[in-house]
Write a protein that binds this ligand. Structure first.
Ligand code: TYD
Ligand code: MG
Length: 459
């Protein structure tokens, strides 16, 4: 019998080579090539010709299964698509297994066949969690297994509507000698599972732990293979969990779902603005409410800044929930265009509630919080802020202005600091145009009143 052909796969970038070398020629990493069986030669011969169809004969929208967990369904784009593969990534302990168990229970309650396969926990542990969640009576079928072939053999005759593999790092296929968790294993297992899902119209969830580098399983091989990539994240010490779609073939990317981890599982938070705003009705020095957009949804969030004298030669610039590079830019523009002196001062910036903001539209709110802290004066009452800052100190318009203003109006805000431009402002809301940063400074200069002592933070 001819010896099986072997190939060598870089465990970092996934490049394939016919011979072993010490260094991957594709990405330059050392000692990352691992041996695996090459796909059989001639596989795919005797191909049937594909069928060509006119694009205009567009198919009906894919059938979806609503999980009944509103925040999850929205992030998925309106429910689970049958036959699709979803990767759910996140730190260990963030709540991935909890979320999926709750989703399966909700689906099972609607008479969909659901299967939960765990390679990480024993049946007792899973039952314990289910009891804690109040789900013991739910009709989820559970298996504790890691062998993909064995799992699929059990499902081939009666494929479920939804299958969860928790986690892909513990799965292994007998066709490879590599250890579970290696790129070769992860890729081969995911391939088998995804093909099963497509063949049987099963919606597949793959759980993936994030490695230290912040990637799922080293390279991003999995992200390319699945239809949807969700990340479950949360700040340490916060009960809030954010579910974000970073890729979605069946819905909007960057959609955000908000949950709270309670002692009986995850609860969906339908009005996240209330959560990120904290206590309202106070005028706080160094705080600005940013009217942001997360995915398709407006979210109001408090941005806090503290500017304080430093004893260090290089002052500290500490950021939580925003980009450090973006903060450096805003500080440079404030210094160069507005004459603020920030040398000799530490700057701390924090986005309240554990949210991570990615929009440049937050620039103006960040600048407002910094100037407010520096001047020791709070922003005007009941005021939201948004706008992008340019290097010349100009404030630029941003997208979805009206959506931001409507959300602010709904939550009782009466004033908006925003870039100039044509917009419809909700009734009862005052519009304060800020064409340049210098205008913001004038606004916060307090009309000649002496600055308040920075320690007196609340008016
Ligand atoms: P888990 O779903 O096991 O996380 P992952 O699968 O992402 O590793 O969640 C584990 C954490 O969630 C654990 O620290 C306990 C906490 N938890 C609650 O606070 N309430 C609950 O009802 C449950 C089930 C877990
Ligand atoms: Mg888990």
């Amino acid at each position: 019998m001819a010896r099986e052909r072997r190939q060598y796969v870089c465990q970092d970038c996934g490049a394939v080579f016919p011979k072993w070398t010490g260094r991957c020629e594709a990405c330059g990493a050392w000692n990352t090539l691992a041996e695996e069986a090459a796909p059989a030669k001639g596989a795919g011969r005797r191909m049937r010709a594909v069928e060509l169809r006119p694009l205009s004969a567009a198919a009906a929208p894919p059938p979806r299964l609503a999980t009944g967990i509103g925040e999850l369904d929205r992030v998925l784009g309106g429910g689970l698509v049958r036959g699709s593969a979803v990767l759910l990534g996140g730190d260990p302990g963030i709540g991935k297994s909890t979320l999926l168990l709750q989703a399966l229970a909700a689906l099972a309650a609607r008479n969909h066949a659901t299967v939960y396969v765990s390679g990480e926990e024993s049946l007792e542990q899973i039952q314990l969690r289910a009891r804690r969640l109040g789900l013991e009576t739910s009709g989820i079928a559970v298996a504790c297994a890691t062998g993909v072939e064995e799992v699929l053999a059990a499902l081939e005759r009666t494929p479920p509507a939804v299958l969860v593999i928790d986690s892909i790092q513990t799965a292994h296929t007998a066709t490879l000698e590599a250890a579970p968790g290696t790129v070769s294993q992860i890729r081969a297992c995911a391939d088998l599972l995804i093909r099963f899902a497509k063949r049987h119209d099963t919606a597949l969830f793959l759980v993936g732990h994030v490695t230290k580098e912040g990637l799922i399983a080293g390279p991003r091989v999995l992200e390319h293979m699945v239809d949807t990539v969700l990340y479950f994240e949360g700040e340490r010490g916060h009960q809030f969990r954010l579910l974000r779609a970073v890729k979605n073939r069946f819905g909007p990317a960057n959609e955000l779902g908000v949950f709270e981890m309670r002692d009986r599982g995850l609860a969906a938070i339908e009005n996240p603005s209330a959560l990120f705003l904290g206590q309202r009705g106070r005028r706080v020095v160094g705080a600005a409410v940013f009217a942001g957009i997360e995915g398709t949804r407006p979210v109001l969030v408090e941005i806090q800044a503290l500017v304080a004298p430093t004893a260090l030669a290089t002052p500290r610039r500490t950021v939580v929930g925003w980009e450090a590079g973006r903060l450096a830019m805003v500080l440079a523009v404030l210094e160069a265009r507005c004459g603020l002196v920030l040398a000799g001062r530490d700057v701390y910036l924090n986005v309240a509630g554990g949210l991570r903001i990615q929009e440049p539209a937050a620039d103006l709110a960040v600048a407002a919080a910094i100037v407010s802290s520096l001047e020791g004066r709070p922003l005007p009452e009941d005021c939201v802020v948004f706008g992008e800052i340019g290097l010349a100190g100009e404030v630029r318009p941003v997208g979805q202005t009206e959506l931001r203003l409507r959300e602010a109006g709904k939550l009782g805000f009466r004033r908006a600091l925003l870039p100039p431009g044509e917009v419809t402002v909700p009734p009862g809301m005052e519009r304060v145009e800020i064409p340049r940063l210098t205008r913001l400074l004038a606004l916060l200069a307090g009309g000649g009143q002496p600055p308040r002592h920075p320690a007196a933070l609340v008016e």
